[in-house]
Design a protein around this ligand. Sequence first.
Ligand SMILES: Cc1ncc(COP(=O)(O)O)c(C=O)c1O
Length: 138
Amino acid sequence: MFCDIDETLCLDPDRIEAAITPRTKAVVPVHMCGAMARIDEIKDVCRKKGLILLEDACQSLGATYQGKAVGSFGLAGCFSFDSVKTVTCGEGGGIITDDKAVYEKADQFADHGHDHLGARTGAPTAIPSSGPISGSAN
Ligand SMILES: Cc1ncc(COP(=O)(O)O)c(C=O)c1O
C-alpha cells in the first residue's frame, strides 16, 4: 500500500494506520532529499502494530537524527547506488542491519546462495594449470 507524505517529504506517520491491511508486514519510509521522516513516530506505529521497519535511505545518505545514522532505526536500511544517487557505483546497492539472520539472508541473496563460510565460498578450490583457459595446445 502507498501512504501519503507530510511536510518532511517523507512518509507521514499519522497516515500509516489507515493504510494498514491484514496483509501488511512492514513499513518502508523513504528518507528524501537529505531529510528524514519522523522516525520516532513511525517506530511507535510499527511497535504498536507489530510491523517491521525497513528504511530506504539512499536519498538521505549521511543524515543523522539524535546522533544515529539514517537507515539504522529499523530491522534494516537499504541504499540504492544507481547512477543518480548520492553515492553511486553505476548500479547496485547496500543493506545495513544489526540482525544476523537478515545479514546472512541478504549476503546469500547477493551471491547465488553461497554463505562464504569455510570452504563453501562458491569459488573453485583449485585453478587448473592446463587446458583451454590456460592456452594449452591440448
Ligand atoms: C529512494 C529510492 N529507493 C530505491 C530506488 C531504486 O533503486 P535501484 O534502481 O538501485 O533498485 C530509487 C531509484 O530511483 C530511489 O530513489
